[in-house]
Design a protein around this ligand. Structure first.
Ligand SMILES: NC(=O)C1=CN([C@@H]2O[C@H](COP(=O)(O)OP(=O)(O)OC[C@H]3O[C@@H](n4cnc5c(N)ncnc54)[C@H](OP(=O)(O)O)[C@@H]3O)[C@@H](O)[C@H]2O)C=CC1
Ligand SMILES: O=C1O[C@H](COP(=O)(O)O)[C@@H](O)[C@H](O)[C@H]1O
Length: 505
């Protein structure tokens, strides 16, 4: 395991082809369901605009916004313009704006009304003819999950999906609320779209550091040599947030951290980490490798969940010297809610690459800081701490957001005290003007590259792993620990690691 086989690097290089595959951008229609919604406004229009500025949109693209709200094309274009002013990472350039907005049209659309689909078909066809674009059709469902089945089955029966070009479906989270509902949803979608036509968005897979893990290792052989299974003590994946429920109480109080962050984002980051960080890279493609990792994730039975899982909820506290209310006081939240806003777990991957190495994952709202990172703690083999006073384990930290950083913690001798002290080496890039996750993902979907989208197998396996925990919740087999807003989470989460003689860093 720790002896490098010289063919491994070339395997990795060869494997990179899936990232570099030359695909040509084709002219298309993008039908955006939920065009008057929050996600479209905050993320999707700015992403399309930045792709446009970078020359990464198709030469000819017809973008049709859909929603029940009655808007003219001009008013809709005005809303898109407003969203760019409010949310684009780059300044809006007056000289390019009109050309960009001209790509947009609006179609009043009620998902429950049959004639809406006929109107949409007419608009798609008339724009295809006007712009001379082939019948390549991409459908982005930025709507409540309850509308997804209805819209996709109507796309089929109305003839919109009986086109001569390709068709693709982009679908937002949540993908089901447990294994059974996820399977039902997938069965229904598969009546209209094949697996390779479905792009399940997980925006953590669009974060540049997550996307670049593989190339990072390839570009830095030193990292590859560090990441030796025999040297790693544990891996910690953290996604902590300072925000609370932010006006999404209806959704969040039913979903909790486990469905909102763990089933999708944290397990995706865990798969990406486990796939790319060990020295032994398996010889199939990213999504197949990820499935292999998830399939090897040791199940946690509901009866034993309390030994490996900590769930928490924030109480009133202070964030950056400002008092904040507790979860149960948030508008729209049940004052007796037992929902989790924090989740931590101790996991094992029963795969030769990770045997015996614990993975600790955690996520929480109203924590002391916003930080998403992967941390690798190396084994400390030094026993003579008298001579090497003050030493502590080496750490490698890959910060995903808000900054993109790689840092290493080493031990340096302080001549004045003659003790060792930790010293950090930081390599950072200025993440300020980097493409956002939605830009990268939209671009990939337009190119037909699904590497950074969740495959059905991944979604299914993740729910399979989560389901017993949901049962443990329902049967009250897992206590709910409280933590003050602005803290690092419940104390119980520290104890989770203490039993392995580890700690959160
Ligand atoms: N907002 C966010 O930050 C995130 C959102 N998501 C997911 O994205 C999706 C959209 O979320 P978000 O934008 O916040 O939701 P919003 O509630 O803000 O928007 C919902 C959209 O759906 C449209 N809509 C509602 N009912 C109908 C109907 N019967 N027929 C046609 N259109 C309808 C609304 O338009 P109108 O009222 O005009 O009909 C609106 O454009 C959800 O699946 C959510 O889980 C995922 C991650 C983050
Ligand atoms: O999907 C979601 O992610 C955000 C956190 O995303 P980040 O990119 O800011 O780390 C989270 O706040 C939200 O509850 C969840 O639905």
């Amino acid at each position: 395991m720790n002896v490098k086989n010289p063919t491994e690097r070339s395997d990795l290089q060869e494997d990179l082809s899936e990232f570099q595959e030359i695909r040509t951008m084709q002219d298309m229609t993008l039908a955006l369901f939920g065009a008057t919604g929050d996600l479209a406004k905050r993320k999707l229009y700015p992403a399309l605009y930045n792709l446009y500025l970078d020359g990464r949109l198709p030469e000819n693209i017809s973008i049709i916004g859909l929603g029940r709200t009655k808007l003219s094309d001009e008013v809709f274009q005005g809303k898109v313009r407003e969203s760019l002013h409010d949310y684009s990472r780059r300044n809006v350039r007056a000289s390019r704006l009109e050309d960009f907005l001209e790509k947009f049209r609006y179609c009043v659309f009620d998902a429950t009304a049959d004639d809406s689909y006929q109107n949409l078909l007419e608009m798609i066809e008339s724009r295809e003819e006007e712009l001379g674009i082939p019948q390549n059709r991409m459908f982005y469902l930025s709507v409540a999950p309850g509308l997804v089945d209805l819209i996709t089955s109507n796309l089929n029966s109305s003839g919109i999906c009986k086109n001569n070009g390709w068709k693709r479906l982009i679908i937002e989270k949540p993908f089901g609320s447990n294994l059974e509902t996820a399977r039902q949803l997938n069965n229904n979608l598969s009546k209209t779209f094949s697996e390779d036509e479905i792009y399940r968005i997980d925006h953590y897979l669009g974060k540049p550091m997550v996307q670049n893990l593989k190339t990072l290792i390839l570009a830095n052989p030193v990292l590859e040599s560090l990441l030796d299974h025999n040297q790693i003590a544990n891996v910690q994946i953290t996604a902590s947030e300072t925000v609370g429920v932010e006006g999404r109480s209806d959704y969040y109080d039913k979903s909790g951290a486990i469905r909102d962050m763990v089933q999708n984002h944290l397990l995706q980051v865990l798969m990406m980490t486990a796939v790319y960080l060990p020295e032994k890279i398996m010889d199939n493609k990213t999504r197949a490798k990820k499935t292999e990792i998830l399939d090897s994730l040791r199940p946690i039975r509901k009866e034993n969940a309390y030994q490996n899982i900590v769930r928490g909820q924030y109480e009133a506290g202070e964030l950056q010297d400002t008092p904040v209310i507790g979860y149960r006081e948030e508008p729209g939240i049940d004052p007796a809610s037992a929902n989790d806003t924090y989740f931590a777990a101790r996991l094992f991957i029963d795969h030769p690459s990770w045997e015996g190495i614990p993975f600790y994952i955690r996520t929480g709202k109203r924590m002391d800081q916003k930080s998403t990172q992967i941390l690798i703690e190396f084994k400390n083999k030094i026993t003579d701490t008298e001579v090497l006073e003050g030493i502590s384990p080496n750490l490698l930290v890959l910060e995903i957001s808000p900054n993109e950083n790689i840092s290493m913690r080493m031990n340096m001798k302080d001549p004045s005290s003659n003790r060792f002290k930790p010293a950090w080496i930081n390599f950072s890039t200025n993440a300020e003007n980097h493409p956002e996750a939605y830009e990268l993902l939209l671009h990939d979907a337009m190119l037909g590259n699904s590497t950074f989208f969740a495959h059905w197998k991944e979604v299914e396996l993740s729910w399979k792993w989560i389901d017993p925990l949901l049962e443990a919740y329902q049967q009250e087999l897992l206590p709910l620990y409280f933590y003050p807003a602005g803290s690092t989470g419940p104390e119980a989460a520290d104890l989770l690691l203490e039993k392995d003689q580890h700690k959160w860093w």
